[in-house]
Design a protein around this ligand. Structure first.
Ligand SMILES: Nc1ncnc2c1ncn2[C@@H]1O[C@H](COP(=O)(O)OP(=O)(O)OP(=O)(O)O)[C@@H](O)[C@H]1O
Ligand SMILES: CC(C)(CO)[C@@H](O)C(=O)[O-]
Length: 346
């Protein structure tokens, strides 16, 4: 039965390195590479409206939901192409869709992919679409690839953690692995970098560097190798912009200068550029140690999910079957406190 409204949370995703793999069939197109799913992410609320093919206006819809087919980003009218394509594919273009995020759009956090996947999950749940998870991930992936706003963010965001994209493409075509690890993640953003422009240009050099980085990481799937391979990739692919290069160098210098008695966190492995944005991310306290005032969150182990009153009890029950009752804090999943995070799933 249709529940008429639903909310999904999808983690942000910073790509550390990638190679581009275009294909005629959008489900087969994608990227190989690796990145990190973040507890800072995108929340998508979908509710039924007249004309969206559902049972009619949500019983508890309020005038604030706006006219049929309203679209907002952080409360302002606006939409993202991949979200529209997902809704059209599901036959739910008339639904109200509200996208909310603290992440900057276009700065390397995969906001468009997260919004597309969140819209797919929430629309399916609110309007009784009857699609499986893999189908919904495929639909969001195809929309994102079709709009040229991303290649591998959607499959990574669906998985969560530290995803390694071993083979490109949607579920059933691509293949994922991951680094089993939790950590604090810091980031600073200096602005946007057009994903469309980079993907629309010559990607041969970039892809060769991405393949090298992937080989390295698969031979040693650990966070320090991920960060080191990411720095090398950005240099070899010639994607570094001055403010990003300076920040990565500053974090490296501060790290090299600190002696072993300084009490540095063991998960501090320097900084790297988030693809594709004028953004630097670091594990541990790398950016704050170097004097920056970064945003901070953690690796999001859970991946994209429905959230809200109807789904949380089931999720908590499931967790309680797997962990002792006293450890069923969400923070237990990725190994630490989420106090400093702006994106949560409650
Ligand atoms: N305020 C906004 N700023 C930038 N893009 C916006 C905004 N509102 C909607 N959009 C749309 O959102 C999409 C952003 O996609 P884009 O791939 O550039 O960024 P992203 O998904 O946040 O991150 P990444 O850099 O990781 O790809 C575009 O389709 C753009 O038209
Ligand atoms: C192309 C990309 C770097 C854009 O964010 C990402 O989608 C990826 O890693 O495939």
């Amino acid at each position: 039965m249709s529940r008429q409204r639903a909310t999904a949370f999808v983690p942000g995703h910073v790509t550390a390195f990638f190679s581009a793999h275009p294909a005629d069939r959008p489900a087969a197109a994608g990227s190989r590479g690796a990145g990190i799913a973040l507890t800072d992410g995108v929340t998508v609320r979908v509710s039924a409206s007249e004309g969206d093919g559902s049972d009619g206006l949500a019983a508890d819809a309020s005038p604030a939901d706006g006219p049929a087919g309203s679209r907002t980003i952080d409360g302002e009218p606006g939409t993202i192409g991949a979200v529209e394509d997902v809704l059209a594919e599901l036959g739910r273009g008339g639904a109200h869709v509200a996208v909310e995020t603290d992440l900057p759009i276009g700065a390397g956090f995969g906001v468009s992919g997260a919004a597309a996947l969140g819209a797919a999950l929430a629309a399916n749940d609110a309007l009784d679409g009857g699609r499986s998870e893999n189908e919904l991930v495929r639909i969001a992936h195809e929309a994102e690839v079709g709009r040229e706003t991303g290649l591998g963010d959607v499959v990574a965001q669906a998985r969560g953690g530290v995803p390694i994209r071993v083979e490109p493409g949607a579920p059933g075509v691509g293949e994922l692995d991951g680094i089993p690890a939790g950590a604090r993640v810091e980031y600073v953003t200096f602005g946007e970098l057009s994903t469309e422009a980079v993907l629309g240009g010559d990607t041969d050099t970039l892809s060769a560097a991405g393949e090298d980085a992937l080989d390295r990481l698969r031979a040693d799937p650990r966070l320090p190798t991920l960060m080191d391979a990411a720095r090398e990739f950005a240099r070899e692919a010639d994607l570094l912009v001055p403010e990003v290069a300076e920040t990565i160098a500053a974090v490296g210098e501060e790290r090299d200068g600190a002696d072993s008695a300084s009490g540095r966190e063991p998960d501090d492995h320097g900084a790297a550029m988030a693809m594709l944005g004028r953004t630097v991310f670091a594990l541990g306290t790398g950016l704050s140690d170097a004097g920056y005032e970064p945003e901070a969150c953690r690796i999001d182990a859970a991946g994209a999910r429905l959230v809200g009153d109807d789904t949380m009890p089931e999720r908590m029950r499931r967790l309680r079957g797997e962990y002792p009752r006293e450890t069923v804090e969400l923070s237990a999943i990725d190994g630490g406190s989420d106090d400093e995070c702006t994106g949560t799933d409650s």
